[in-house]
Design a protein around this ligand. Structure first.
Ligand code: CMP
Length: 138
């Protein structure tokens, strides 16, 4: 079984869509092995998105991610990383396919409703950023 890291971003949380997204996660066959609601500081958002620190959108992205509550989760399934990315859809909601979460709940490139790890090494870093091993006991 593989694990991936997921965020329900502030726009989706504040619009009241977290419940629908979590229901969809279960319906697609993921197990949620860790979950909590957080209100990230700017500094915490910068640490999380450190790999993007030299990208032009870094400031706006970290402002947005610290503008309201998030739900952070560890999801488990066969091929969880790709399965979750497929369910989210393309990064830009305007390009996301019908039936994907970003198409349904995304508002813009930053406020694209959800985040997911893009590779096993990223998943390990991102899970460890928010969860201790003790929080992920099944
Ligand atoms: P996320 O999966 O959270 O990972 C990085 C985020 O940066 C991405 O989703 C988008 O919300 C945001 N972003 C803003 N501009 C861009 C861009 N030009 N390319 C990729 N990601 C971008």
């Amino acid at each position: 079984m593989e694990r991936t890291f997921a965020i329900i971003k502030p726009n989706a949380f504040l619009a009241g869509n977290a419940g629908k997204i979590i229901a969809r996660i279960y319906a697609e066959g993921f197990k949620i092995v860790g979950m909590k609601k957080l209100y990230l500081s700017k500094r915490e958002a910068e640490g999380f998105y450190y790999v993007h620190k030299d990208r032009p959108f870094f400031g706006e992205l970290t402002d947005f991610m610290s503008s309201g509550p998030c739900i952070v989760m560890v999801l488990e399934a066969e091929g969880a990383i790709k399965k979750w990315r497929d369910l989210m859809g393309a990064t830009n909601p305007a390009n996301a396919a019908e039936g994907t979460l970003r198409r349904e709940f995304g508002d813009s490139l930053e406020a694209n409703a959800t985040h997911g790890s893009d590779a096993p090494e990223t998943a390990a870093f991102e899970i460890g950023y928010f969860f201790s091993g003790l929080e992920l006991l099944m």
